[in-house]
Design a protein around this ligand. Structure first.
Ligand SMILES: [Zn+2]
Length: 208
């Protein structure tokens, strides 16, 4: 069972994190985690380009290192880049020192590759402890989500992912997708329908 919509209580328990944005405007926030990965990130760029929608890509440092040109393509297309640690670490299973070193390594490779100092961070798996968060929030907005597409879950039918994503999207929603190997064969079927809905409903996807 997957919870596609983050319960209100969770967002109240962790008010220091960004769960959604302003509900008063018809803006929404498409986010793509774990890339850049050839064969899927480029496909996502193509699909977003159809509507000229902008999104935020939370990149894994090691992928930025492996695929610098793809990384540059994302930036050149006008999208926002965020830090997602260098090795996709789970904050709950490593020390503050290890976590911060990995966070800094990702920050560094993005700066080296793209010349930008991003101020957006998303913890892999949404897992980060209070100590780690306290440090990172001094320089970065810690961005979670309120709509979990579930695109990485192979047991979920594509139709259900599309239906649930659409159902929970409202003003200010931050929607999470993944541009990585696990979703490479599914996202190209999910994203067009979601984007079409967004367009029909006159939501405007923008950067965070
Ligand atoms: Zn991730």
């Amino acid at each position: 069972m997957i919870i596609h919509h983050v319960p209100w209580l969770v967002t109240k328990l962790f008010p220091a994190y960004t769960w959604h944005k302003d509900r008063d405007h018809q803006h929404i926030y498409l986010t793509f985690d774990d890339g850049p990965v050839p064969g899927i990130t480029d496909k996502v760029l193509e699909l977003l380009d159809v509507y000229n929608y902008k999104a935020t890509f939370f990149m894994v440092g090691h992928n930025v290192f492996k695929y610098p040109s793809l990384c540059k393509e994302v930036l050149a297309a006008g999208h926002q880049i965020g830090n997602h640690t260098y090795h996709h670490l789970n904050g709950n299973s490593c020390s503050k020192e290890t976590y911060l070193a990995d966070f800094n390594a990702c920050q560094e490779i993005i700066l080296e590759t793209l010349g930008i100092n991003t101020s957006c961070f998303r913890p892999p798996y949404g897992r980060i402890n209070a100590d780690q968060a306290k440090e990172i929030s001094k320089s970065h907005e810690i961005v979670m989500w309120d709509v979990l597409s579930g695109d990485y879950n192979n047991k979920l039918p594509v139709e259900r992912i599309i239906k649930k994503t659409i159902q929970y999207t409202r003003n200010g929603s931050i929607i999470i997708f993944h541009d990585q190997q696990k979703t490479a064969h599914r996202l190209p079927y999910i994203l067009p329908d979601v984007l079409k809905y967004i367009s029909n409903e006159d939501f405007l996807p923008v950067c965070l």
